[in-house]
Ligand binder design. Structure first.
Ligand code: MOS
Length: 737
């Protein structure tokens, strides 16, 4: 039954090293590429001396702008293009880490040794690179401000106002798998092994850049070793691998190193957000205003839509949001872990906490007071919303009612204790998708879709959905995914994988079932002969007449009697137009406890409870795991993660997992995730909403609000570090004295 916890069907393969990630692949005659990256932030290449490198044993080819074939900059933007700047086309340098060459060799070691010997000199631009946002803010191209009601008039009259600036730093995704592309040509046909979240996106983008038909490209991505948005769009190493393979006339593997990952795969841009709330004295919101600016590169306008995602959260008659972009001399930013929601809800949910103190209303009560029964922006009804239950159950589990309201009023030994909460919401995204189901004469059931496994549990969910529809045990199901030759689907981004492919898998399974039933009822040798098709059920691995377990037929017997090797069906599904009449979100509530050492400023998250309602849950085991992963991302965002800038070098100073801090086990308490049952008939026939990103939304605010409750320090610029706690604590004490 769907909703029963199932162990990952690919788990054993993964822990035993049997899962083939892109860099595990061994092809005959494989050559290895190492990327050369610019060590200045802006300027030009003055000279390249590759003579020593070329003389290095094993070096096959050194590719620079001087000999790289021209690549076709797409005339129209392509949605899977990571950055519009195509490297190796000129001597110009736009950002630190821009690719300036590839050394291809017989072995990785020879390529790395060769790369060390390439002498590149640069003529840096006179002006220093701009790496941090400045003023004035530029309005985003094409983005219009959105307003409902009359926010200015409402603000003028509101008796209680909160008006604050919140900021989030540059952040990097840090998946454990460094991306690798292995490219091999067979005549005009190109095969790319690439740990991508978007098979079709790679195909589209590489076809455009190389000027070859998409049909000539096959993309394979059976496993993605984490991504968090970094492998959603196509970055230059992907197509450069294909260029290198063509030039050396051999398969080439091009891996991005750990430190290169910080300059070549995008990042979460810095955001500066102004949130203005106006309320009546009883806490009812009268006006909501959110302006967010984010940084982008000089050559692309990629926005972190922090302000565009928050207006749906609370009932408020007047509101407005605005988006602005600021250009910096870095590579192009990209989607990262709930892009927009994660950053926007940090600001919104902290501002709501501030309003709770200003109105002297419990933070949870304030949210219930402003509960939105319809989407305040679109005025559409919710497809389903169980947020009240999330608040109630999360609060009960956490024991929220025992919270004493005043900051610094709760202690545990030497620790200041703080309790904070925040709401979560993430939209339901669904796209057209296809899948096929085949039942083979030997009893195997094959389920296939050109989708992706990024660690979320796609293999297992597909198997569970097919098993449920076919009345089979999950052990009978074999899943194939990660191949652009399989039935085409959508990007695995925006938490849409199961929402999109789940219905396609189910529809294909139902269609193949219909075929079997048709054969059985028409066959005089079948126990089901003459039965009504609508009375036949798929139960316990066979077809059976409703209420008559003795009248049953096996799939394998039906195939054998009809001398068929297999029967299969493919289905394509798409969102219904009825869904456009609703606003569809998954919701949740976070409750965090922190301990802060008043002497050292040390912050520990000591307890965490979160409750989510996200439609039908296919596999509670992996769904819970995804939500916990999201919350850990939120703890990182709140307390640790920051890509620091080195102005002298002109890039990120944090370019390894020592300097870039992500939470380790010691930073994470046991996290209790409550999954509330919820039915939704609008989102899809399966009623799922997606859980990939919901967990991180609001999590950083819950921790920040707990830190305020513990210390009385409102830190509005992430991450909240001991240094900030101590320095601001001392300042306020001095002011007070
Ligand atoms: Mo996701 S950050 O939409 O890949």
């Amino acid at each position: 039954m769907l909703g029963t916890p199932v162990l990952r069907i690919d788990g054993a393969l993964k822990v035993s090293g049997g899962a083939m990630y892109a860099a595990d692949l061994n092809l005959p005659n494989l050559a290895y590429g190492v990327l050369l990256c610019s060590t200045i932030a802006k300027g030009r290449i003055a000279s390249i001396d590759a003579r020593d490198a070329a003389a290095q044993p094993g070096v096959l080819q050194i590719i620079t702008y001087a000999n790289c074939p021209p690549l076709h900059q797409p005339a129209k933007p392509i949605s899977s293009q990571g950055q519009s700047l195509v490297p190796l086309q000129s001597a110009d340098i736009a950002y630190y880490g821009e690719h300036v060459g590839i050394v291809v060799a017989e072995s990785f070691e020879a390529a790395a040794a060769g790369a060390d010997l390439v002498e590149i000199t640069y003529a840096p631009a006179n002006a220093p690179p701009v790496l941090m946002p400045g003023k004035p803010l530029k309005a985003a191209g094409g983005a219009r401000d959105t307003t409902w009601g009359n926010p200015n008039a409402a603000l003028a009259k509101a008796p209680i106002k909160i008006d604050q600036i919140y900021s989030t730093p540059y952040e990097h995704h840090n998946p454990i798998e460094p991306p690798t592309t292995t490219a091999s040509w067979d005549g005009d046909e190109l095969t790319l092994h690439d740990g991508t979240q978007w098979l079709a996106g790679v195909r589209m983008m590489v076809a455009a850049l190389l000027g070859i038909p998409p049909a000539n490209i096959r993309v394979l991505s059976p496993f993605v070793g984490g991504s968090f948005g970094s492998k959603r769009v196509v970055w230059p190493h992907v197509y450069l691998a294909a260029v290198a393979a063509k030039l050396v006339n051999r398969p080439v593997r091009l891996s991005v190193s750990r430190s290169q990952m910080y300059t070549t795969l995008g990042y979460r841009p810095q955001t500066t957000q102004q949130v203005t709330l106006g309320s009546a004295r009883d806490g009812r919101l009268l006006v909501f205003r959110h302006t967010a600016s984010s940084t982008t590169s000089e050559f692309d306008s990629v926005i972190e839509p922090a302000s565009a995602k928050t207006g749906m959260m609370y009932a408020c008659p007047n509101g407005t949001f605005a988006r602005k972009l600021q250009r910096v001399d870095l590579g192009t930013p990209t989607t990262m872990r709930a892009p927009g929601e994660a950053t926007g809800f940090f600001a919104l949910e902290c501002a709501m906490d501030e309003l709770a103190y200003a109105t002297k209303i419990d933070p949870l009560k304030l949210r219930l007071l402003n509960y939105a029964n319809v989407d305040p922006m679109s005025k559409l009804p919710w497809s389903s919303k169980s947020l009240k239950e999330c608040y109630a159950q999360g609060a009960a589990k956490f024991d929220w009612k025992k919270r004493s309201a005043a900051p610094r009023s709760m202690r545990q030994g030497q620790w200041l204790l703080g309790w904070g909460m925040a709401s979560a919401a993430y939209p339901v995204n669904r796209s057209p998708a296809s899948a096929s189901v085949t039942i083979v004469a030997d009893g195997r059931v094959l389920v296939a879709s050109g989708t992706h496994e990024m660690g979320g549990g796609t293999y297992t969910a597909m198997a569970a959905i097919a098993a449920d529809a076919l009345g089979q045990d999950i052990s009978a199901i074999q899943v194939e995914l990660g191949d652009s030759n399989l039935p085409a689907t959508t990007v695995s981004g925006g938490s849409r994988t199961i929402n999109s492919i789940g219905p396609a898998v189910e529809a294909a399974a139902m269609q193949v079932l219909d075929k079997f039933v048709g054969f059985a009822i028409a066959d005089p040798d079948s126990p089901l002969h003459g039965a009504q098709a609508s009375d036949v059920r798929a139960i316990n691995g066979r077809l059976q007449l409703e209420g008559q377990p003795m009248r049953a037929d096996r799939f394998t017997q039906i195939l054998a009697r009809n001398k068929l090797p297999s029967l299969s069906a493919s289905a394509s599904t798409a969102p219904s137009t009825a869904a456009t009449k609703y606003s569809a979100y998954g919701f949740g509530a976070h409750f965090a406890e922190v301990r802060v050492d008043p002497e050292l400023g040390e912050i520990r998250v000591s307890r965490y409870v979160a409750a989510f309602a996200a439609g039908r849950i296919i596999n509670p085991l992996t769904a819970r795991s995804q939500l916990i992963g999201g919350i850990i991302g939120g703890i990182g965002m709140a307390l640790l993660e920051e890509s620091a800038i080195d102005q002298n070098v002109g890039t990120f100073a944090t370019r390894n997992l020592v300097d870039y801090r992500i939470p380790v086990h010691a930073d994470v308490p046991p996290i209790e995730v409550l999954l509330l049952p919820e039915e939704d008939s609008v989102t899809s026939p399966l009623g799922t909403k997606g859980v990939g990103e919901l967990g991180i939304v609001g999590a950083a605010a819950a921790v920040a609000n707990a830190v305020f409750h513990a210390t009385g320090q409102r830190i509005r610029d992430l991450p909240i570090t001991p240094e900030k706690i101590l320095s601001r604590g001392i300042q306020s004490a001095r002011r007070g004295g």
